[in-house]
Design a protein around this ligand. Structure first.
Ligand code: C2E
Ligand code: CA
Ligand code: CA
Ligand code: CA
Length: 279
């Protein structure tokens, strides 16, 4: 181990073969991270392609250990999922995102749908619907501008249970999105039964749409399929004007990606929205 180094986490997250000791330490650090208030949410704008307006943001978790560099979610969410720590962390994410949505509304920003990622563990808990209802009540956020993203793979683990949970969330007015669409295997009959609002096309497909005829075909087909089921389509990972042009030509509804903005702190979203209003 790199005892005494400024960023002790570097060691854990960079060594691919974490041994039991390392994962125990990372687990301990993750446990303390909540108490020490080391998590933050960054927000990535989601833009309506037809109008060019920012209509929502996706909340993305960031971990900034004391005195260390930012740890990307891919480096700690898998362990958080394994250990169940994702449940308290996820509660914090949901509560923080709800409070932020309410704060933006109070600051007079145009309504923004705030999307929150849910992991399988959170989705499987018995009290998810109650939890969301309680947080909506406690924070005063508007459930119609709250969206939950669940990956295709997590949903398809138990599609019947998912239908039941989706129905209850849908009744509360919460929006639902299937994340990373195209990377798993969805049964179309289930997709039809889900009271969902949108499909998010995984960025691995968007990346090559202007070069790879197969990816272009997949994206084109997903948009047509989603629209035939009255679902919105959101493209992730849009990095350049040509990708955006392709998506626009094929009627994709919304996009997010570095072409518009990286995920940024809440204050930067506010500044961005004030600028658009002034313009
Ligand atoms: P995701 O839900 O698919 O989120 C999109 C990821 O793509 C984010 O990575 C985002 O920063 C990145 N991204 C956005 N636009 C672009 C682009 O134009 N190019 C490229 N190359 N990447 C782009 P991030 O923030 O590192 O998050 C990674 C994953 O971690 C997320 O994938 C999600 O599965 C998970 N995650 C993040 N926050 C949370 C959370 O609060 N709860 C849970 N359960 N999972 C989370
Ligand atoms: Ca997502
Ligand atoms: Ca994705
Ligand atoms: Ca994902």
């Amino acid at each position: 181990a790199k005892a005494g180094s400024g960023n002790t986490y570097e060691f854990y997250v960079n060594s691919m073969g974490m041994d039991a000791m390392d994962s125990l330490r990372l687990e301990g650090a993750l446990r303390r991270a909540l108490e020490r208030d080391e998590f933050q949410l960054h927000y990535q704008p989601q833009v309506d392609i037809a109008t060019g307006t920012v209509v929502g943001v996706e909340a993305l978790l960031r971990w900034q250990p004391q005195g260390g560099a930012m740890v990307p979610p891919g480096d700690f969410i898998p362990l958080a999922e394994q250990t169940g720590l994702i449940v308290p962390i996820g509660d914090w994410v949901l509560a923080t995102a709800c409070a932020q949505q309410k704060a933006w509304r109070e600051a007079g920003l145009p309504p923004l749908t705030v999307s929150v990622n849910l992991s399988a563990r959170q989705f499987q808990r018995q009290d998810l619907v109650e939890l969301v209802a309680r947080l909506v009540r406690e924070t005063g956020c508007d459930p119609r501008y709250l969206a939950l993203e669940i990956t295709e793979t997590d949903v398809m683990e138990n599609p019947q249970a998912a239908v039941a949970i989706f129905r209850q969330l849908n009744e509360m007015g919460v929006q639902l999105a299937i994340d990373d669409f195209g990377t798993g295997y969805s049964s179309l009959s289930y997709l039809k039964r889900f009271p969902i609002d949108s499909l998010k096309i995984d960025r691995s497909f968007v990346h090559d749409i202007t070069h790879d005829i197969d990816d272009a075909t997949i994206v084109h087909s997903v948009i047509a399929l989603a629209h035939s089921m009255h679902l919105k389509v959101v493209a992730e990972g849009v990095e350049d004007a040509r990708q955006l042009q392709f998506l626009r030509e094929h009627g994709c509804d919304q996009m997010q990606g570095y072409y518009v903005s990286k995920p940024v702190p809440a204050s930067a979203i506010e500044a961005m929205m004030q600028r658009t209003r002034a313009a």
